[in-house]
Design a protein around this ligand. Structure first.
Ligand code: TMP
Ligand code: MG
Length: 209
């Protein structure tokens, strides 16, 4: 066939302070050191116009209806969709800190209908792998404490964890986030390399959900 092999869409999910951001950065360096094309991405992407609205909502500078902010989080993924797909097709693996699963879990935890929350994400590229860093909300909160952002509250994070459980699917790997950084890193690397190999072997890019 000879066509260029696509990169993998690898998403890290979990509660706030579950270790996602550090593991994302570490995974990208590891892949790059292996000579692979890899980039770190994150949602929300606060650099866009929509992202600026989300950022001011998260810092409680502004208030928004729960449904409206849900749609903005989703729009923030859609506005990056063409770039994201282009990168994957060009052979770059994307390591993404949060994606549609956070979008659904955080809004559903507020009481919005789960199916309503999933609907605007329908058609986005589906991750080849979701690494869920599983950590009790109390343990996450004890890690240097939360910052001042909206949602950084143990009671709310417990509700988010329950919603994440409802979203688990066959492309998920649940990793014990209480393990040491190095142990989590090793597990993350193993699953990531396996996902990348499957994509290079011709695995189709699927769509949510
Ligand atoms: P961050 O801490 O990873 O920057 O994310 C900011 C907060 O936004 C975090 O508490 C999770 C929440 N969030 C949503 O509510 N919906 C979404 O779609 C995403 C990506 C994040
Ligand atoms: Mg945060």
């Amino acid at each position: 066939m000879g066509g260029q092999k696509r990169g993998a869409l690898i998403v890290l999910e979990g509660l706030d302070r579950s270790g996602k951001s550090s593991q994302c950065a570490s995974l990208v360096s590891f892949l790059q050191q292996k000579g692979l094309e890899a980039e770190a991405w994150r949602f929300p992407d606060r650099t866009t116009a929509v992202g600026t609205m989300l950022s001011s909502y998260l810092t409680s500078a502004t208030e928004l209806d729960d449904h409206a902010v849900h749609l903005l989080f989703s729009a923030n993924r859609w506005e990056k969709r063409a770039l994201l797909e282009g990168r994957l097709k060009a052979g770059t693996t994307l390591v993404v800190d949060r994606y549609a699963h956070s979008g659904v879990a955080f809004s559903a935890a507020k009481g919005l209908d789960l199916e309503w929350c999933k609907a605007p994400e329908t058609g986005l590229p589906s991750p080849d792998l979701v690494l869920y860093l599983n950590i009790p909300a109390e343990v996450a909160a004890a890690r240097g404490g939360y910052g001042a952002e909206r949602y950084e509250d143990i009671g709310f994070q417990k509700k988010v964890a329950l919603q994440f459980e409802l979203l688990r699917a066959s492309n998920w790997e649940v990793v014990d986030g209480r393990l040491s950084f190095d142990d989590v890193q090793e597990i993350v690397r193993k699953h990531a390399v396996s996902a990348i190999n499957k994509c290079q072997g011709g695995r189709d890019l699927l769509r949510l959900w």
